[in-house]
Design a protein around this ligand. Structure first.
Ligand SMILES: Nc1ncnc2c1ncn2[C@@H]1O[C@H](COP(=O)(O)OP(=O)(O)OP(=O)(O)O)[C@@H](O)[C@H]1O
Length: 263
């Protein structure tokens, strides 16, 4: 009796390479009349990674995010979301962007309507929209705010409602732009715990380096439109010389007197 070879052949789906969640290839971008904000930036983000994007004010973090979700058009280079090209001007529900200020994201008469906006634009049935809104409100702990006008909420409540609006589209990749800005200590702690449990691929642009240390398993340092360093958050952010050379400070928790003592 001959033995059947059960090993996959290269045409089997199991054999196909798994695409990265995000691939950025030779990305260059300049705002009209300005020098390049991003120059020949290339990076790969694997599915499930949590990546902090750090760099001084104006180094291009928000610009990178708006390119990644197709709001801006690159001057050169390409972006792929799970192997599919991100086309500028097209709606890509697979990637969600949390704006730096939740006020830029919330505009409906009620929290429920705001969270429903994305799923409605995806052409889902009213039943499916309602299910997604409910799920997103539960995940973000904002279900009791559903009937409230968003502009009457506190900054922290607005932030969680804005996150609910993104989660309702069930993106596989979420780009968080300064998610802890203007949050008080308790709300920031809740946000960190929420991000630590989030199942999506995360990119977090932040000046809150302690948040990045607590949530991310990789960090990318940007300056002058280029990637300066990419790797382990403790190694990169713990390198005082590197951090100071690019206008940043080593996080307090990585100062030697606070590190655990080993004999
Ligand atoms: N719409 C725009 N038109 C022209 N220039 C812009 C525009 N948006 C941003 N810029 C410029 O592009 C550069 C990068 O800005 P960007 O907002 O991407 O930086 P950032 O790293 O997110 O900054 P921050 O840490 O302050 O949020 C800055 O010099 C900024 O002034």
């Amino acid at each position: 009796m001959t033995q059947t070879d059960l090993r996959p052949t290269c045409s089997d789906p199991v054999c196909a390479p798994i695409p990265d969640a995000l691939t950025v290839a030779n990305l260059t971008f300049a705002y009209p009349g300005q020098p390049c904000t991003l120059q020949d930036v290339s990076l790969q983000i694997a599915d499930g990674e949590r990546v902090g994007i750090i760099g001084h004010n104006g180094c291009g973090k928000t610009t990178l995010f708006t390119l990644m979700c197709g709001v801006l058009r690159p001057d050169a280079g390409e972006i792929f979301l799970f192997g599919e090209p991100v086309r500028a001007g097209h709606f890509h529900p697979g990637v969600g962007l949390l704006f730096q200020s939740p006020n830029d994201q919330l505009f409906s008469a009620s929290v429920w309507d705001d969270v429903a906006f994305g799923p409605q634009n995806m052409g889902l049935s009213p039943g499916e929209v309602a299910q997604r809104v409910q799920e997103a409100l539960m995940l973000t702990g904002t279900a009791d705010l559903a009937a409230r006008p968003p502009h009457h909420l506190s900054g922290g409540q607005k932030q969680m409602v804005a996150i609910a609006g993104i989660l309702a589209m069930r993106p596989r990749v979420v780009l968080y732009d300064e998610p802890s800005a203007s949050l008080d200590l308790r709300t920031r702690r809740r946000l960190i715990q929420f991000l630590q449990r989030a199942p999506q691929t995360l990119l977090i642009a932040s000046h809150d380096l302690e948040l990045v240390l607590e949530v991310c398993d990789r960090v990318i340092l940007l300056d002058e439109g280029r990637i300066i360093a990419d790797g382990d958050p403790r190694q990169i952010m713990g390198n005082q010389e590197l951090m100071e050379a690019h206008g940043l400070e080593k996080p307090h928790s990585l100062m030697p007197h606070l590190l655990p003592h080993h004999d």
